[in-house]
Design a binder for this molecule. Sequence first.
Ligand code: MIC
Ligand code: SF4
Length: 644
Amino acid sequence: MGKNIVQKIISSHLAAGTPSPGSEIGLAIDQTLIHDATGQMALLQYEAIGAGRVKTKRSLTYSDHNTLQVSFENMDDHHFLASASRKFGLYYSRVGNGICHQVNLERFSVPGQTLLGADSHTTTAGGVGMLAIGVGGLDVAVAMAGEPFYLIMPQVWNVRLAGSLPPWSSAKDAALEILRRLTVSGGRGKTLEFSGEGVKTLSATERATIANMSIETGALTAVFPSDENTRRYFAAQGRLQDWAELAADPDAAYDGEMEMDLSSIEPLVARPHSPDHVVPVSSEAGKKIHQVAIGSCTNSSIEDMFRVAAILRGKFVPPEVSLIIAPGSRQVLRCLIESGGLADMISAGARFMETTCGFCNGVGQAPRSGGVSLRTSNRNFSGRSGTPDASLYLASPETAAASALAGAITDPRTLGAPIQVRLPQDLYIDDRMIVPPAPEGETVEIIRGPNIPPLPRFDPLPDDLEGEILLTLGDNVTTDDIVPAGAHILKLRSNIPAISEFVFQNIDSGFPGRARAAGTGFIVGGRNYGQGSSREHAALCPRYLGVRAVVAESFARIHKSNLINFGILPLELANPGDKAGLRPGDKLRLSNLKSLIGRGAAVPVRNLTQGKTIETKLELTPRLTQILLAGGLLAYARTKLTGK
Ligand code: MIC
Ligand code: SF4
């Protein structure tokens, strides 16, 4: 029996286990990435592990998320990241060089290799045939130390693409169509592998857009074949030596499949406040908008930007709309300048932003109160823009440009004949903004500003836990709900005591105070608890405040790992109906934890207030059991790697 692409990459990187769906495997990691929202913790944790220089083929740090400098914190953090990267053997991409996923795709992606990134959209590199997985920063730190990355072998789903996108429909619409079908949880436990004649009609960056948003379905990642189109992309990047062909064997088997005819995809939009609230643009047409933001790691490639420039050429945005454009990398920006596209955008009234994440996670360009913002990014969770009552819509660059010109949501097909863009021959390749690590043996001092206090220390799991339910929540709670985005919060990513004061801020601002007063506490959630980003702060900060278990119907993959990594028990309700009997303020007791968890037994939760006991499941591999007992991955990895 032949192999599919995922099986091929996994078998060439298998470091432990047997790759059958549902079992734990260890994967050798070729490349890692971290950035200035997750990298501070990753590098502090890497330093605490004490493993010397990184052991991967290449590890990178990007400064792209936290680039506002209205006070000292972000710049201090950048100096920390640059100096620690230099010391530990990581390449450092300076602010202004671009968004991690776009730059990584352009300059470092390698088909057939593994990439582990402390960012959920690491999946973007699946567009050129990498097995690219988003995780918490601590998992990346451990991989940089040379340890395999452990995961549950996913099912591999064959997404068979037929046809080609009609004029004015774009890869973003295909990504939204996948979300419409799978919702924000339908991809759980799966990797999406793309095949079929339709794949050949998509360029490498269009594939990257689809791979980028696959994480929104809850999938582990997405992978495209590496073919002639991929080869062309690598040739344009001057990196043909990194290209390799990668395809599934003709008789490869899959665990499931999905058919999608690209020619039937019309322009789509995701309504507030979830990326799976997908409807045709035409059904929202005419809705007034106040802001249009084009960019983010989903849609900031040269192709995207050139299409936007062509639509805007010779036109002007009406006064009620603020049009924001942020290209994905310095390379994209340079091409826009040389082609005249930048002039078209500026002449049309666009505000031009840095080549960073920016508006995408609320670092600048917050909409007005109650405002409506149409964006080309991948998440429209409530509060993510920095304005709690704003409504965010997600759409393609074509829909965004058409809507900006009209001042209302507009189907781009109303613009008439399709636009033709000629992509540049010369991409102005220039890697000078990527600082290499120090040569081995050179002494490098790590620079730490006052925003970087020492790592908090956590004790091992006690035998008994008693505390109160601090908060009960519904389904699909996002990591943006737990530790919100926004410039004033993001700048504290390296300062756990300070950022912990913002936990659940948009839902229940009294949470931190209540948690601290309670000493030990629990959270109750519904289905798919912790969906969205990889931010380990959504586990680390609650742990810092005294949360020791989350009881939920189910958990999103990355967040569940992060909870375990920081010693919080992710307890799944055996009977979802029991959730109704868990009320805020109820006192809970969990007894004999060490022996129960140690022998893989169920963990009963005694509700002392209601006088009832609830059954929960704690599905752990032997390795995860050891991590929980040790109080978290940091303590476990340090002992394993250094004996301390
Ligand atoms: C996001 O898009 O939500 C982020 C900001 O890039 C996060 C990373 C983080 O919050 O640390 C992600 O996607 O993982
Ligand atoms: Fe940056 Fe937004 Fe992409 Fe996250 S989703 S990496 S914040 S551009």
